[in-house]
Design a protein around this ligand. Structure first.
Ligand SMILES: [Zn+2]
Ligand SMILES: [Zn+2]
Length: 291
């Protein structure tokens, strides 16, 4: 089986729920998944697109975005074949409020993310660039992975998303001087003590860094720590469904991972990795042709 769980039904900052949370749009995503042999699709809208998120964190970016109703989103997704997920930011100090919000809805899974390191800024958004708040790359990387470790230890989430998002800008930002494995360490320790799944996200292939999240060395450390993995594209449009999955499957194969996490009602099982109902060579030809 293949899954694509971390996906969005509309581009960031674009569009109202009533334009994108409609059956026709879901059909486009499902058709793209079927073509790729991806058996299970779930949607995980950003928590900050919902008015309820302002109870978790009052930030100007969130205030601009927080328009939708979380209950209406959950109800809509339940009228479709999609699994019901949410991409929820880890907000230090808001753990209890995050827990109550998540408890109010019957999610199949919750994806936990660190985009903002609190008021210091965002690792993936130039308008709130976190790099201006840190003296050097090593202090930022250390802090980023400490936040990721806290996210894991909070026990609030089923999947830790884009585990090394801090690398997103690639050569566009300074690299740490220390071996990155030194910075991964606290995060991997938390992984070892937790049941959370580690996301293999092909979104990094579309970003300046041009590689899968997590880096190979981090994935190996997670594997040694006993982690299981979840597979996603972080698509924001139907044509990004399953993006780079051949590379991701090779990545997992090289790690010796044969099964991925499948979620329902916030419990998980493991299923063997593989496309469903399509000829793999046909997919490879299509991707090779730039499709
Ligand atoms: Zn994200
Ligand atoms: Zn996302």
């Amino acid at each position: 089986m293949l899954t694509d769980y971390h996906l969005h039904l509309r581009p960031d900052e674009v569009g109202k729920a009533e334009e994108y949370f409609i059956q026709e749009n879901v059909e486009r995503y499902l058709a793209a998944a079927e073509e790729q042999g991806i058996e299970e699709l779930g949607v995980s809208e950003h928590v900050y697109r919902f008015a309820e998120s302002l109870e978790l964190w009052d930030h100007s970016y969130w205030r601009d975005q927080a328009k939708d109703d979380l209950g209406a989103y959950c109800e809509f997704v339940r009228t479709t074949p999609l699994r019901l997920g949410l991409e929820a930011d880890y907000i230090r100090g808001a753990e209890d409020r995050i827990a109550s919000m998540l408890d109010e809805h019957d999610f199949d899974y919750v994806v936990g993310s660190v985009h903002f390191i609190g008021e210091k800024g965002a690792v993936d958004d130039q308008r709130y660039d976190v790099w201006e708040s840190f003296p050097d790359a090593d202090s930022l990387w250390r802090t980023y992975f400490e936040w990721q470790a806290e996210l894991v230890r909070s026990g609030l989430f089923d999947i830790v998303s884009h585990p090394d998002l801090v690398k997103m800008w690639g050569d566009g930002r300074p690299a740490p001087e220390r071996d990155p494995r030194f910075h991964y360490e606290p995060f991997v320790e938390a992984i070892a003590e937790s049941e959370i799944a580690v996301e293999i996200s092909t979104a990094g292939l579309r970003k300046p860094v041009g590689e899968i999240y997590p880096a190979r060395a981090l994935a190996e450390m997670c594997r040694e720590a006993g982690a299981e993995f979840a597979l996603s594209s972080d698509a924001h449009a139907p044509d990004q469904i399953g993006f780079g999955y051949d590379e991701a499957m090779k990545f997992l194969d090289d790690l010796g991972v044969e099964r991925i996490c499948v979620f329902e009602g916030r419990s998980r099982r493991l299923e063997p990795i593989g496309r469903t109902g399509v000829d793999p060579d046909e997919i490879a030809d299509r991707e090779g042709a730039g499709g």
